[in-house]
Design a protein around this ligand. Structure first.
Ligand code: 1HN
Length: 323
């Protein structure tokens, strides 16, 4: 006697999974949620704790072994190389006389200089000196090496679109045969260097007690890369930014001053030298709670979101609203 088995969804799913097929409909709102969902959490990296790690690493390992002597700033909710869902940040140290050897890679990189004198980055044959507060760009697939011709360590914040490249099968690096790629010191303004001495006057000239100024490429006025953009803020004593929410995530660095940033339900406290992560789609307010002016540097994935037609921003008044 043959037993006719009743078909069921459970049976169907079990048989489908063996054939490496799975039903979409139970997962539809997970794979394509009704509002943006970030995996990263808001977090501050305290420079007074991390700087000694940079010094110790510099005593323990040279750049000939380390190639890039960097502490990655890893989001507590994610794994390396994630600082936010799409952005990577790290603290790089290079001692007087050292060279971080020449290479090139598909990810885009920027540097925001925290401390040191007479450090340089050479990009595609163009050597630019790096001073505190300068933004230096290393575009995709351009040869670059770093050095320090000064007497004190150089420490800077690296920003890369590295998390994105973890899912793109075109993440690769090429090493140059020599430690340095041939370069000449650039004496004129570079399309790859944006000095603080240019940014601060722009911020100070803007009307308002809490203002943001975007970095634009000197050559064509465009964003600094196809994926990552950057800006700086001035926040006067006692002032705060208007509540804002956006689909872009950002990494902030406190260049000067101290304050707090409300990110959804979480309050981040920061002071000069600290770096903090702000995930996408949380309502954000930055406030100067100290005695001096605040200047913040930020990099973000606005250009990437824009290229994907997914850049949205509002004041965060609707709990999960998205339009
Ligand atoms: C890199 O090339 C640099 O050139 C810094 O200074 C950080 C992180 C991951 C991959 C490449 C640099 C990096 C990096």
């Amino acid at each position: 006697m043959t037993v006719v088995q009743q078909d069921s969804l459970e049976r169907l799913f079990d048989e489908a999974v063996v054939e490496h097929a799975e039903p979409l409909w139970p997962l539809l709102s997970t794979v394509s949620p009704p509002f943006p969902v970030a995996k990263a959490m808001p977090y501050v990296w305290d420079y007074t704790k991390l700087r000694p790690f940079c010094e110790r690493a510099a005593r323990l390992v040279g750049t000939e072994l380390a190639e890039r002597r960097v502490f990655m700033l890893i989001n507590p909710k994610l794994k390396a190389p994630h600082t936010t869902d799409t952005l990577y940040a790290g603290l790089q140290t290079i001692l007087p006389g050292e060279t971080a050897r020449a290479h090139r890679h598909t990810p885009f990189a920027l540097r925001f200089i925290i401390e040191g004198e007479r450090g340089f980055t050479a990009v595609e044959g163009e050597k630019v000196m790096m001073q505190r507060g300068d933004l230096v760009l290393t575009p995709s697939w351009e040869w670059h090496d770093h050095g320090n011709e000064g007497d004190v360590p150089m420490i800077w914040l690296d920003g890369l679109d590295l998390p994105l490249w973890q899912v793109l099968p075109s993440n690769f690096t090429e090493h140059y045969a020599q430690a340095r790629y041939p370069s000449d010191l650039l004496k004129t303004a570079s399309n790859r260097r944006y000095p603080w001495a240019e940014m601060q006057p722009k911020l100070d000239a803007k009307p308002g007690a809490a203002v943001e100024e975007r970095y634009h490429m000197r050559a064509n006025g465009a964003d600094i890369s196809a994926t990552i953009g950057a800006s700086a803020y001035r926040i006067d004593k006692g002032a705060k930014t208007a509540p804002a929410r956006e689909t872009a995530s950002a990494v902030f660095h406190a260049y000067e001053g101290s304050g707090r940033t409300q990110v959804g339900d979480i309050t981040l406290h920061w002071k000069r030298g600290d770096t903090f992560a702000v995930p996408a789609w949380q309502t954000v307010v930055h406030e100067n709670t100290g005695d001096e002016r605040v200047y913040l540097f930020r990099f973000d994935d606005r250009p990437l979101m824009s290229a994907l037609s997914a850049l949205r921003a509002d004041e965060g008044q609707h709990p999960n609203g998205f339009c």
